[in-house]
Design a protein around this ligand. Structure first.
Ligand code: FE
Length: 193
């Protein structure tokens, strides 16, 4: 059974996401919340683990936490939302959740270097933001990325991230992910025993 602190932490995460539910998602047609819910939905459809589904749901939480304006990448600034998000989530989750989150921007730069069909799937906003995120990886950078333990899960997350911009797609709401987040949190606690 989940204890009180697990319940409190899960609720804090859901409250953060729902508070920003109507903010538009950086030049896309969907809101931040719709984007996060679609990303988690695609992860669940792919039979991903609770930790990976949690990472998909929470991968952009760094955007919600930092206070840069919505169009900050167009102004040539990078908010490092992946680092901010991973650090925030590491209060409660282990690397099974935090590493795919931390690497999901690097995964875009990696996929652009290694999959010729991928770049065509990127939205204009995503191509624009990559310029301030370091651009397409060199082959040395791509090899180093592929050797990271969480590389495969980060790449999976990135592909769902790209899909998760569909206007009016009907997907489960935040409450659906309560038991999945609890399982991911309990997994991290079990690792620490
Ligand atoms: Fe995203």
């Amino acid at each position: 059974m989940a204890d009180m602190s697990t319940e409190k932490n899960v609720q804090e995460l859901l409250d953060l996401l729902s508070a920003k539910g109507n903010d538009t998602y950086f030049g896309e047609e969907v809101s931040v919340l719709e984007h996060c819910l679609q990303c988690a939905y695609f992860a669940e459809q792919s039979h991903a683990s609770p930790s990976t589904i949690a990472a998909a749901l929470l991968h952009d939480i760094g955007h919600i936490l930092h206070d840069l304006p919505e169009d900050h990448t167009r102004q040539g600034k990078d908010g490092w939302h992946e680092e901010i998000g991973a650090r925030y989530l590491s209060q409660w989750f282990d690397e099974a959740v935090t590493e795919p989150v931390r690497l999901h921007v690097a995964a875009k730069r990696y996929l652009c270097a290694t999959d010729p069909s991928y770049i065509a799937k990127l939205s204009d906003a995503s191509i624009e933001s990559m310029k301030v995120q370091g651009g397409i990886m060199s082959s040395d950078e791509a090899s180093a990325f592929a050797a990271l333990p969480a590389a495969t899960r980060a790449v999976q997350l990135r592909r769902w991230d790209e899909e998760a911009k569909i206007v009016d797609l009907k997907v489960p709401g935040l409450q659906h992910y309560l038991p999945i987040l609890r399982a991911a949190l309990m997994g991290a606690e079990a690792d620490q025993v």
